[in-house]
Design a protein around this ligand. Structure first.
Ligand SMILES: Nc1ncnc2c1ncn2[C@@H]1O[C@H](COP(=O)(O)OP(=O)(O)OP(=O)(O)O)[C@@H](O)[C@H]1O
Ligand SMILES: [Mg+2]
Length: 305
């Protein structure tokens, strides 16, 4: 099956002509988003996420490198007709209402007049904006404006959604709505590529991730594999721990947190777990729980940077 999106050594250097300064915002970034996947594009502020996205959708020219969408060179009209795009800070004409703005976007995307008003109303309902459908956009809050931006990205039922920080400005319910919407799109066979700073959203939504660092890919791959390859730890909670046992454990380098005679420690998965449990039994402490813990994306992220 053709990949939904391919970035091939995309690079962008911004130059200030008179000052002679250069910013190498993106330095040869390559990744592949397979059809039907949810792909998370993450990295700290200034890592080059928005610049890469702008090159893919044709808002700026790459200094070098190419992108393709469903096998077609992007940003050709043919490739872009299959894309719904939400920019980082969507600009929505302030004197239009959500109904008017989304209708305009639908017309520009080739939605036929016969279907137009039904499709616009349905998509505005999907992003939870029905109540404000006829209010001028300038009277909407930041999160509501973000929702209208999402509606305009979705109205022509694109095969690939490219969303630059779709959860930005949304309240917790709004964020959940967007997460559900992304999962709905995937269930319908659509592909979603989004950038974000919210790592827990990436962990719950994404099949594949790419971590960008100073314009370069630092880590990329299937989320399951990235998390599985990390060193696993096991949390052991003990009750009735004597000072002697605590001393014995810390002598072996296994220190933890204690509250009275309750003691919780994290050790590497493997034979150490058995050793700690044996030591606990020998000194008549009770083993309350033994919980394998997977490393979080946040840990991988902070180790990468
Ligand atoms: N038009 C421009 N002219 C000069 N430098 C630019 C321009 N646009 C972006 N940059 C620089 O390129 C780098 C990458 O910026 P970019 O907006 O792509 O980061 P980002 O990963 O999207 O960050 P954030 O998480 O804050 O949105 C930054 O150093 C930024 O200052
Ligand atoms: Mg950005």
């Amino acid at each position: 099956m053709t990949s939904a999106l391919r970035a091939n050594k995309l690079a962008k250097t911004f130059r200030k002509p008179f000052m002679g300064t250069r910013v190498e915002a993106v330095k040869g970034v390559s990744f592949v988003v397979e059809t039907g996947e949810v792909f998370g594009y993450i990295g700290p502020n200034g890592a080059g996420k928005t610049t890469s996205i702008k090159m893919i959708v044709g808002l700026i020219f790459p200094t070098s490198g190419t992108a393709s969408i469903f096998g077609t060179r992007a940003p050709s009209p043919e490739a872009m007709s299959r894309v719904g795009f939400l920019p980082e800070n969507p600009y929505i004409y302030p004197y239009l209402t959500p109904r008017e703005f989304v209708s305009m976007c639908a017309r520009l995307s080739g939605v036929s007049s016969s279907d137009l008003s039904r499709k616009v109303e349905r998509v505005i309902d999907r992003v939870g904006m029905t109540e404000a459908i006829d209010r001028p956009v300038q009277a909407l809050s930041k999160g509501m404006t973000q929702r209208v931006g999402l509606a305009s990205a979705l109205v022509h039922d694109p095969d690939l959604l490219i969303l630059d920080e779709p959860m930005s400005g949304l309240d917790p319910i709004g964020r959940k709505d967007v997460r559900d919407l992304i999962l709905d799109e995937r269930a319908r066979g659509k592909t979603v590529f989004f950038s974000t700073h919210i790592l827990s959203d990436v962990e719950t939504l994404c099949d594949r991730v790419c971590i960008l660092k100073k314009g370069e890919v630092a880590v990329s791959g299937k989320l399951d594999e990235l998390l599985a390859n990390t060193s696993r730890v096991v949390e052991i909670a003990l009750d009735g721990v004597s000072a002697q046992l605590r001393g014995k454990l810390s002598e072996r380098g296994w220190s933890g947190k204690s509250m009275g005679d309750h003691f919780v420690l994290e050790v590497p998965a493997g034979p150490v777990v058995r050793e700690v449990i044996s030591a606990a039994y020998e000194s008549e402490a009770a083993v309350v729980s033994v919980t394998p813990k997977r490393e979080t994306l946040e840990k991988i992220f902070s180790r990468t940077l």
